[in-house]
Write a protein that binds this ligand. Sequence first.
Ligand SMILES: [Zn+2]
Length: 193
Amino acid sequence: MMCDVGSDAIHEGQWWLASSRSRNLVLSLLRQCLPHVDSIRDSECEDVYLWQTANKPPSPTFSASLMWDTIHPRSETIYWHKAVWFKDHIPRHAFGCWVVARNQMITRDRLIRWGLSVSSLCLLCNVQNENRQHLFFDCPFSAEIWLSYTVAANLSPPPLFEDLLRWIVKPNQEKNLNIIMRILFHATIQSRP
Ligand SMILES: [Zn+2]
């Protein structure tokens, strides 16, 4: 944000800032942007403070939220955030789901990509290769747990994890059931080794 000032910032015929020897990049930029003092000194208008962000018109009102947004630009909203963070989540389970959603779980396919000499087989079934999709939803041991919940709720979830993250936000028209399913979804993920 910037503050516009007039003659109060002029001292002995030049800007106060102009006499600064600071090499600070912001101050250097400001020194370059300052208009000629004559146009300010001869003005009959009263000085006013104006706050301006990069893409908003100057305003006499300071906004803390606008300043925050300017200093911390918002990144793109992740499509699965409501599948992980919702009002009734269990913090430890939500954190586990967040790690898996970001595909940061240390599954064996990742260990092998890092160059570690480990078996690629799933720790649970010891038949298929272990990766996120297999460990959490395709492995017969995992599938049985998840299936027991979805069958009981008479729901048909998509098989792929990415699709599940979209689906689990609103698997049904019943609001309370949706919350329960999200909690169960987290618990299913949390139950993996
Ligand atoms: Zn398995």
